[in-house]
Design a binder for this molecule. Structure first.
Ligand code: SAM
Length: 207
């Protein structure tokens, strides 16, 4: 599994032939999407990789990713894939009922996140939701590990998808960080969870 993780998720970190020992693995995450409500038209930002939200919600989904290769690699399905940078979304204001970010922000440099949250808020309809899944990344401190990540098992009804997400360990993020980021962009938080370094937040756009 881990060599799969290394090959899968490092493809766009540049040709990192990172040995497993350079990776700090946290406990595997298990994400059951089976009963997660996602309404209306859905914009899935960072929807390359496995294309989990596209697999889950099919025709409701427009998946964007700034890397063509990541979208091509994502599962085929009845959803739309568009090459686009989330920092500059090419959609009119108030177009979507829902925006999803499934283990996406961990791949985004800290300095780009505020802009992306602002763009997400702009393209959401009033009453719309941003639904975010990600992982806690603590300060690197003295660790010699260059990468940080986890194996992730995704459950969608009977379907099980074994994958993993890993990134440069040059970021720090937790539940409070994402809540503050969302509030600064104008969101309110309707539900939040952090357990075993797994983050899940539902934000809604009030006005
Ligand atoms: C590995 S994926 C996350 C998991 C993915 N949602 C899935 O279902 O497997 C993270 C993606 O975010 C994309 N990404 C990073 N920054 C981005 C940005 N500014 N705009 C659009 N996509 C971005 C990366 O290219 C990468 O494909």
């Amino acid at each position: 599994m881990r060599s799969y993780l290394l090959t899968l998720q490092y493809s766009f970190l540049g040709d990192y032939n990172m040995a497993e020992e350079k990776m700090f693995f946290i406990n595997p995450h298990r994400i059951d999407l089976s009963n997660v409500e996602l309404n209306g038209r859905i914009l899935d930002v960072g929807g390359g990789g496995e294309g989990i939200i596209g697999i889950y919600k099919g025709a409701q989904v427009i998946a964007i990713d700034r890397r063509k290769g990541e979208l091509e690699k994502a599962a085929d399905g009845n959803y739309l894939k568009i090459i686009m940078d989330a920092k500059d979304l090419k959609f009119l204001d108030e177009t979507f009922e829902t925006v999803t970010a499934f283990y996406m922000f961990m791949y985004v440099p800290m300095e780009n996140r505020k802009e992306i949250f602002k763009e997400i808020h702009r393209v959401l309809k009033k009453g719309g939701e941003l639904v975010l899944w990600d992982m806690v990344i603590p300060q690197k401190g003295e660790s010699k590990k260059e990468l940080y990540g986890a194996e992730v098992k995704v459950i969608i009804g009977e379907q099980e998808i074994d994958t993993g997400y890993g990134t440069h360990w040059n970021k720090e993020q937790d539940l409070k960080y994402f809540i503050d980021l969302g509030k600064k962009a104008g969101f309110e938080v309707s539900s939040k969870q952090e357990d075993d370094k797994k983050i899940f937040i539902r934000y809604h756009k009030t006005n």
